[in-house]
Write a protein that binds this ligand. Structure first.
Ligand code: PLP
Length: 359
């Protein structure tokens, strides 16, 4: 098989090494005499994998001991509901930063539970910029502040962490594990797995212990963080195979040198691509430079009529899934941890050749 570089925004490419390991271990997991998909989640083999994966993630991200790590189902979208259910704590309002498609969805769900105060809004600039934090209008009576550090569709990424006197909640679905963060600044961090953690079907929630145990009444028991934490995420059958894949990705990340090492690689990857875009009149990216995403790089062709040809020729050159989201148009290269520098170099070479052929 040719080396293919897959720029999908999610589900996204996995490290080749992890895919091969999945293949090697598919028929028999460790000494379990069965596939990891076929064994009990309460058996010793699975439990050992689950515990090690949790410890690996704790070490990778430097997660303090007073935070629980939950391995759940339902995607980031289920967290749009679980956050208000678990964090309102009897209050009637919450603050939400509106900086893109995913924050908008979180806001819509939040409104089912409370009064949402939109404390900053990037809709007017079409999600290409973020207002300076001192201009935000934060309601001090809000139970928490929810924001999306990296907006996957517009490619808009915060270069700062909002500092507030209330729990800070972050949807890190498309940025978790891409660089080091200070977990202690957050009340809750959540991320679906299919971008930088592994495959779809798993959602990781990192929650400060003191925030648990005070949920909105009459909600599904599975939506209570305490239920999940008290049962080590095994209250009911977890997403066993996606959890296993995540464990292999965490091991791979450790071999890469952890998050400080992968962050350096990610920065060079992103710089290579943005430099190519900025160095040509043929391509453009509209996001304010300091808020450009390190993981999702949307770009437009000056002549939109060439979009189809660009995608066809890119695919013929083993560069796939570059079509931009319909709300932005053009192209989008998602360059998560699993995308190697060579993939970026191939893309940039292709872009330069395509430009020459079409000007
Ligand atoms: C992909 C994504 C989601 C949606 O995740 P699901 O697992 O489909 O619910 C939410 N937020 C962000 C930032 C994303 O990138």
């Amino acid at each position: 098989m040719n080396q293919i570089y897959n720029f999908s925004a999610g589900p996204a490419m996995l490290p080749t090494q992890v895919l091969k390991q999945m293949q090697d271990e598919l028929l028999e997991y460790d000494n379990a005499h069965a596939s990891v998909m076929e064994i009990s989640h309460r058996g010793a083999d699975f439990m050992a994998m689950a515990q090690k994966s949790e410890q690996d993630l704790r070490n990778l991200m430097g997660i303090p001991n007073h935070y629980k790590i939950l391995f759940l189902q339902g995607g980031a979208s289920a967290q749009f509901s679980m956050v208000p259910i678990n964090l309102l704590h009897g209050k009637t309002k919450a603050n939400y930063a509106h900086t893109g498609h995913w924050s908008k969805k979180a806001i819509a769900e939040g409104k089912r539970y409370c009064e949402v105060n939109i404390c900053t809004d990037s809709a007017d600039n079409k999600y290409t910029n973020i207002d300076a934090f001192e201009n935000w209008n934060i309601d001090p009576d809000g139970a928490y502040l929810h924001y999306t550090p990296n907006e996957t569709i517009a490619g808009l990424e915060f270069d700062y962490v909002p500092e507030v006197d209330m729990p800070l909640v972050a949807d890190m679905s498309s940025s978790i594990l891409s660089c080091e963060i200070d977990v202690s600044k957050y009340g809750v961090i959540y991320a679906s797995a299919q971008k930088n953690i592994g495959i779809a079907g798993l959602t990781i929630v990192i929650v400060r212990e003191d925030l648990m145990g005070n949920v909105v009444a009459n909600q599904p028991v599975l939506f209570d963080y305490t239920t999940q934490a008290n049962n080590d995420s095994l209250y009911n059958t977890p997403s066993t195979y996606p959890w296993y894949v995540a464990s292999r990705v965490f091991e791979w990340l450790k071999q890469q040198g952890g998050l400080s090492a992968i962050a350096k690689i990610n920065q060079i990857k992103a710089k290579t691509l943005y430099d190519a875009i900025d160095g040509s009149d043929f391509y453009s990216n509209l996001v304010a430079i300091k808020y450009r995403s390190c993981m999702n790089v949307p770009f437009l062709l000056a002549d939109e009529d060439l979009n189809g040809l660009f995608l066809d020729k890119a695919a013929a050159n083993n560069l796939i899934t570059l079509k931009g989201h319909r709300s932005v148009g053009g192209m989008r290269a998602s360059i998560y941890n699993a995308m190697p520098q060579e993939g970026i170099n191939e893309l940039v070479n292709f872009m330069q050749v395509f430009e020459k052929e079409n000007t």
